[in-house]
Design a protein around this ligand. Structure first.
Ligand SMILES: *[C@@H]1O[C@H](CO)[C@@H](O)[C@H](O)[C@H]1NC(C)=O
Ligand SMILES: *[C@@H]1O[C@H](CO)[C@@H](O)[C@H](O)[C@H]1NC(C)=O
Ligand SMILES: *[C@@H]1O[C@H](CO)[C@@H](O)[C@H](O)[C@H]1NC(C)=O
Ligand SMILES: *[C@@H]1O[C@H](CO)[C@@H](O)[C@H](O)[C@H]1NC(C)=O
Length: 357
């Protein structure tokens, strides 16, 4: 209860939330709030680096908060790394505007640079997952001088022209290759009222999100209409063993409190044309990454099909050292195989050249 009530406070309060306990391993007094240049509040966890250690910026995906990185926070904070772990736009203690246009990458990356500036961080290492990988890609495209290196988990690099292909064309392509419309769930997420439907069936939604048998997503998440049908029937599935019941309630409560109207905007801009248009502003000379890249493929993630599709994208986009690890895991690889992932990331960071803190 103590953990839950502190989370609620952290979600609604500003800097005063620092006085309340945050869920372990987060240290309550290290949460901060920043009103970024465009006037939106960002809530983030900030651990200063020990001398000589770099700072890592962690970018979570959908539907999540900074709490997704709890195992990495525990691991790297003990080793003296600087950490910046924001709740991204739409989530947790950060602003949750309803206008999808405010979620495009050129704006969100600027917000994150504001956080780096406020913290006096000249260069950071990025570690990203899911939609966070899109944001990491765009940080590399817009602000390459601010980052040492980029790690992508489960979802790889998004090339600047990725969203130029209309959604319908992409869906038909996946249908031709896989036999079903792999990104059909975008359609549901972008539809009016989806936020309330998800909230009304949150247990079922969490069951399929964290399905133990990840093959279930092929029938019950990805195809057009499948996810909505699954949750509106309140279908239940056995839970995964790498998320404790307490961790699950912390995550569910954060999302219940924040709602899904904000988070679903990450899909609306991709299902429509906003992200594709925004990406046209990417400087051509920054399309190819010139810094070390890590890709952690989640071999049993059938939604993002990370191994075959994302690996190609990462390889094609890197003109620097590329480190690839394959994990026998579903989508949530940073939780499911935390020790393996932490150790691989540590080795990669320590081996990356030119780190100057
Ligand atoms: C939390 O951070 C504060 C500020 O750096 C520090 O004084 C305190 O010892 C930390 N608490 C724990 C439990 O590490
Ligand atoms: C945040 O900054 C904007 C201008 O960038 C300002 O108009 C607004 O009042 C600020 N909000 C808070 C809560 O300080
Ligand atoms: C996608 O496939 C559907 C059904 O086969 C077809 O009606 C539609 O025109 C296709 N859309 C595009 C953009 O190719
Ligand atoms: C790739 O990197 C090398 C240096 O490592 C550089 O000389 C070359 O111009 C880069 N190629 C492109 C296409 O950016």
């Amino acid at each position: 209860m103590r953990v839950l009530s502190s989370l609620l406070l952290a979600l609604t309060a500003g800097a005063s939330s620092a006085l309340v306990d945050a869920p372990a391993p987060f240290n309550s007094s290290l949460f901060k709030d920043l009103n970024v240049t465009r006037g939106l509040n960002y809530h983030y966890y900030a651990v200063p680096a020990d001398t000589g250690k770099p700072t890592i910026l962690f970018l979570h995906g959908y539907p999540s908060t900074s709490y997704d990185w709890r195992h990495q926070v525990a691991f790297f904070q003990d080793k003296g790394y600087g950490l910046l772990v924001p709740d991204l736009l739409g989530y947790g203690g950060t602003a949750k505007p309803l206008d999808p246009q405010l979620y495009v990458s050129s704006l969100i990356t600027r917000d994150l640079i504001d956080i780096l500036d406020a913290e006096g961080i000249n260069q950071a290492v990025v570690i990203s997952h899911d939609w966070g990988s899109k944001t990491a890609s765009r940080l590399a495209n817009y602000f390459p001088e601010r980052f040492h290196s980029y790690a992508f988990l489960a979802v790889g690099y998004f090339s600047p022209n990725y969203f130029a292909t209309p959604y319908d064309v992409n869906v038909n392509l996946t249908k031709a290759v896989l036999g079903y419309a792999n990104f059909g769930y975008f359609d549901f997420f972008a539809s009016d009222g989806a936020d309330q439907i998800i909230l009304d069936h949150l247990d079922s939604f969490f069951d399929i999100l964290y399905a133990k048998d990840t093959v279930r997503t092929i029938t019950d998440w990805s195809p057009l209409g499948a996810l909505e049908a699954f949750i509106t029937k309140d279908t239940r599935l056995p839970p995964v063993d790498y998320v404790t019941p307490e961790e699950r309630s912390i995550q569910m409560e954060a999302l219940r409190q924040g709602g899904f109207a904000g988070p679903l905007n990450w899909y609306k801009i991709a299902r429509g044309t906003l992200e594709g248009q925004d990406d046209q502003g990417i400087p051509q000379q920054n399309v190819l990454l010139q810094s070390p890249v890590f890709f952690g493929a989640a071999l049993r993630d059938y939604v993002t099909v990370s191994a075959p599709i994302n690996l190609d994208a990462v390889i094609a986009s890197s003109n620097s050292t590329l480190t690839v690890h394959e994990y026998n895991s579903g989508h949530w690889v940073q939780m499911a195989l935390k020790d393996e992932v932490n150790s691989d990331l540590l080795q990669w960071i320590e081996g990356s050249v030119g780190l100057d803190g």
